[in-house]
Design a protein around this ligand. Sequence first.
Ligand code: ATP
Ligand code: MG
Length: 457
Amino acid sequence: MSDATAKKEERRKFQAIRGTRDLLPPETELWNRAEQTAHEVFSTFGYGEIRLPIFEDTALFARAVGGETDIVSKEMYTFQNPTGLAAMVRENEMLGTLTEMSPESELISLRPEATASVCRAYIEHNMQQLPQPVKLYYMGPMFRRERPQKGRYRQFYQIGAEILGGTDAPGIDAEVIEMLMTFFDKVGLQGATLYINSIGHNADNCRRGYVAQLKAALEKVKDKLGSDSQRRIDTNPLRVLDSKLESEQAIIATLPHIADHLCDGCKTHYAEVKRQLEVRGVLYQENWRLVRGLDYYMRSTFEITAPGLGSQNAVCGGGRYDGLVELLGGPPTKGIGFAIGEDRLILSLQESGKGQVQQGRDIYIAWMGEKAYAAAIRAAKDLRKAGFSVELPPLEQKFGKALGQADKLGAKYALILGDNEVSEAVWTLKTLSTGEQAKFPEPDLLEFLRQQKKVSS
Ligand code: ATP
Ligand code: MG
């Protein structure tokens, strides 16, 4: 390497990897608000939080999500587990328990979704012995190597919930959806539309029979379809219905509908889910083309779209997956859940003007003089304890300059502390939006600010 290239290397600026991004203040305030709302709403429905590992055995996702899905076949970040390091750890007696705790797997993947992990945890911790159903929710990053664009990232965030065990009574499906709509409402999402469908169950007199007919119908129009859909006729024909290709829409409209092929059990279940939604005052639209991309879904499927997102307008997808726990080696277990795309939720809130966050400090303390600094430190402590956001500059500045700083930071008030104020124990508070100044004896100041806060919140 020449000196010049070495220098250039040294000075290289790093950037976040394509498809990943930093979430910065004040926007993170909005993320926190959404997450806080999820904690609150979900717990009123009796859900508890589960925190899952970021990576798992690749085989878990291959089995649960399905080897034919885009996610598993091409979008996962998969690594060889560094066994060299693990072997070293094993030799180290001190860390011996580490290898006992988790048997090594050859291949590990960053999680592309979390339902598989929740089911793995349900089995691993024998949760079938708990009172059923078990209601869990999670939030955190997921990873898929997709083409990055608006509303589509390689590291993105989901907030999701799952109900495992107990019955598959339609009231469960309806309540999960009700909880979801309650969350969206509380978080301030406007114009959300709920789409529902039933994709039946995997039997000859139900979905399997339908898929065979669909396949036959697709074979007849094969040469009019794009290459993705052509491939899916064999691998995952239901997914053709999901196609957004303009040129395929007219053909898809002529394909058989699953509603005409549901068995009696699935038909009744679906009708009852719709009735239960109505009882709960949840508005929905039916969409016969709504099939989830993952193999494990059955019966109820649903999706929620929101405005302001362009073509990536789905903010939530979910459905019933009664066979999944068993597929992963657990007991037969009913299951249903959803995942909200948090990135898209936040985008939609911002687009609709609901994304404003208060970013300024409550109080900027402008002080001059050693004694005033000591009083300022004490005041900052008390005000912060009372929940105010306080900026206390570490260096003395002229009052004019300090007030300018306070303005730049968007502070509501400036607390002015100079020698006079300290010796008289009467403090000056300036309301920056109006320029009004008022003097308060020290104890009254906190009380005044508390009252103001109550009025504004
Ligand atoms: P899409 O059809 O939009 O790709 P999907 O069917 O792949 O969605 P799910 O696996 O059901 O999505 O995930 C649930 C939600 O997670 C989606 O509705 C979406 O809001 C969000 N989501 C999925 N993939 C991404 C991504 N790459 N970037 C941001 N959000 C995503
Ligand atoms: Mg996708």
